[in-house]
Design a protein around this ligand. Structure first.
Ligand code: ADP
Ligand code: MG
Length: 237
């Protein structure tokens, strides 16, 4: 198999931050729990994508991360699989609120993320629900009341439900901002900041984005602590 350096050059992986671990060039070297390996094998995935290969070892160290890679590069599992492992290590009572919170810009994306979480989290017995606008709140509130490990939400709907005091974020210890650039383009920054105020400061924060403009840099600097940054290819600003 290829050396970590050769792998990083081949896939144009660049990193910044101290003591960055080597990429997981295969699923075998990742050492995932067997229930997770089973799901990636069932999906027929031959190997990690470059963003997965480099972000998994960093995230599994419990560190904050900014991951910049273009659409279609496998970012969803880049944060979901370490999220499953995080849940395995610190599972709270899901009726007290989610442990993992993923923010995403649109209903379509939130639904796709939930589908991926359900599919790949099945063997790990992970529960996940999705909160988005343009749909009645009743079923979403009922799902929350049953208890969930992972909530995937658009910022607007999550704020509405927070204001109704029908969700607590006090158990969240793994926070993901997915498609951060699009969320900011859509004007969600104030909503995101309100939500993050409800999440304990003692948490791991992950930011995934396709581009790295100054607005995204600013919110990353405010919400993440000593993040490691991973870029795949030329970063489009
Ligand atoms: P992004 O969030 O970067 O746009 P996605 O997470 O939506 O990308 O992934 C794009 C597609 O690639 C999805 O269909 C996903 O299931 C698939 N995929 C994810 N990881 C792998 C992998 N390691 N090998 C092959 N396909 C993968
Ligand atoms: Mg994505």
């Amino acid at each position: 198999s290829m050396s970590a350096d050769a792998y990083s050059r081949l896939h144009e992986i660049t990193v910044s931050g101290g003591d960055v671990p080597a990429p997981f060039t295969s699923f075998e070297v990742a050492g995932f729990p067997s229930e997770i390996l089973r799901e990636v094998h069932n999906a027929g995935f031959p190997s990690p994508t470059p963003i997965q290969a480099q972000s998994w070892p960093i995230t599994l160290q419990g560190r904050d991360i900014v991951a910049v890679a273009k659409t279609g590069s496998g970012k969803t599992l880049g944060y979901l699989i370490p999220g499953f492992i995080h849940l395995k290590n610190c599972r709270n009572d899901p009726r007290m609120g989610p442990t993992v919170l993923v923010l995403a810009p649109t209903r379509e994306l939130a639904t796709q993320i939930q589908d991926e979480a359900v599919k790949f989290g099945r063997s790990s017995r992970i529960s996940c629900t999705c909160l988005y606008g343009g749909a009645p709140k009743g079923p979403q509130l009922r799902d929350l009341d049953r208890g969930v490990d992972i909530v995937v939400a658009t910022p607007g709907r999550l704020n509405d439900i927070l204001e109704m005091r029908r969700i607590s974020l006090h158990q969240v210890s793994y926070l993901v901002l997915d498609e951060a650039d699009r969320m900011l383009d859509m004007g969600f920054e104030p909503q995101i900041r309100k939500i993050v105020k409800e999440v304990p400061a003692r948490r791991q924060t992950l930011m995934f984005t396709a581009t790295w403009p100054k607005e995204v840099r600013k919110i990353a600097a405010d919400l993440l602590v000593k993040p490691v940054q991973v870029n795949i290819g030329n970063v489009d600003e």
